[in-house]
Design a binder for this molecule. Structure first.
Ligand code: GSH
Length: 212
């Protein structure tokens, strides 16, 4: 079988990567998957020449796209499906715009905590006090406001806010960053979105390098 001309350079354990995997599935864009096994590496070629040394990237014959939003936009341009897509710039009221801000920033905060843990920084280190407070504040805010944000955004087949919120919220338990035990509305949202085939096809797991 010929290799598809697109390659997603990503990690199956990464919430930003999962956004792009869900878009690729929804948009039915064939692609190869190139896992980044060593996320601590500073070798940019391993990240598709992304100088930020992060996943995801999308390698195409025309060039490489860095970051989840840019990758999703390129997947949309390459899709033959006529889906109505709702992007962050379509969120023109405060509650949905703020929801996107809170979700994206909380995802970045999760990355800060995970990369600190990789360097053996304990969770009670003062440097992580504010990131954990930020994460808890984000969850409480989303519990109170996400439903309104989702209802207020323009209607469409797929919304970046929905997808990123789902990837963020389901990643918390996977990486031991928190639970949704006290957040029933967020749990209900995850259950609803989790019924989509694209969500079920992209569960979090750690990619394993091939045996030597
Ligand atoms: N703005 C980027 C953020 C990507 C990001 O932070 N990815 C994480 C994995 S979820 C990563 O590469 N972490 C490794 C690091 O920060 O060194 C996006 O939207 O894709």
């Amino acid at each position: 079988m010929p290799t598809p001309p697109l390659t997603l350079i990503a990690r199956s354990s990464s919430h930003f990567s999962r956004i792009t995997r869900i878009y690729a599935a929804e948009l039915e864009v064939p692609h190869a998957f190139e896992p980044v096994f060593d996320i601590v590496s500073t070798w940019s070629a391993g990240y598709g020449d992304n100088p930020l040394l992060r996943v995801p990237s999308l390698r195409t014959p025309e060039g490489t796209w860095f970051g989840s939003l840019g990758v999703c936009r390129e997947l949309a341009r390459r899709s033959s499906r006529a889906l109505q897509l709702v992007w962050p710039e379509d969120l023109t009221d405060p509650v949905s715009s703020n929801a996107q801000e809170v979700v994206t920033d909380a995802m970045n905060t999760g990355v800060v905590i995970i990369t600190s843990r990789m360097q053996k920084v304990p969770d009670d280190n003062p440097a992580l006090m504010k990131p954990f407070a930020r994460l808890h504040g984000a969850l409480d805010w989303l519990e109170a406001n996400l439903d309104a944000a989702l209802a207020t955004q323009p209607s469409g087949d797929l919304s970046f806010l929905d997808v990123s919120a789902f990837c963020f919220l389901t990643h918390l338990g996977f990486r031991g960053l928190g639970t949704l035990d006290q957040h029933p509305r967020l749990r209900a949202f995850c259950d609803r979105f989790g019924e989509r085939a694209s969500a079920q096809a992209t569960p979090y797991h750690f990619d394993q390098p091939p045996a030597a």
